[in-house]
Design a protein around this ligand. Sequence first.
Ligand code: GAR
Length: 189
Amino acid sequence: MSIKRIAIFASGSGSNAEKIAQYFAQHPSVEVSLILSNNPQAGVIARARKLNIPVVLFDKKTFTETQKIVELLQNQRIDLVVLAGFMMLIPEPMVQAFPQKMVNIHPALLPKFGGKGMYGHFVHEAVVAAQESESGITIHYVNEHYDEGAIIFQASCSVSSTDTSESVAAKVQVLEHQHYPAVIEQLLA
Ligand code: GAR
């Protein structure tokens, strides 16, 4: 049985990337082979170094106007592309190169609170402003549009009138760390 290889794309802190890498660190058939980022200041880079996972940094132009990243993923025989707080739209050729093999996590219950500009704290602020009674996470396949691919998994948490965007973010992060690695494992099984 060959080892399944994951590449994680992250633009920010990278707490999800770290949880996923830790989850698979001793795994018999899955490894996190590569962490990629468009942001040289991203916290995920220090986390990746600590975890001894190779890091690839790229700029916007390389990502959107060339095939270099797709070729790299293909040369590295990546089986699943995992977006974890990655803030760029995936170019069409890359979506087509990884049909049903690229997943994203969104910090709300899609189709609510998704789309361009809906990321990180903006999502939780919108949830609180709309006086929602619940929020949660959505793990979905990636297509050419922000947050629109087929939904694979959702989990929810309650939101009350005393919640702030920070407290909602904390509840959602618990769900992300709890579920994302296991859902990835199931997809690769
Ligand atoms: C996560 O909450 C993820 O769901 C969100 O960014 C955060 C990254 O946290 N992604 C989006 O908002 C995408 N639209 P992390 O860097 O600590 O993993």
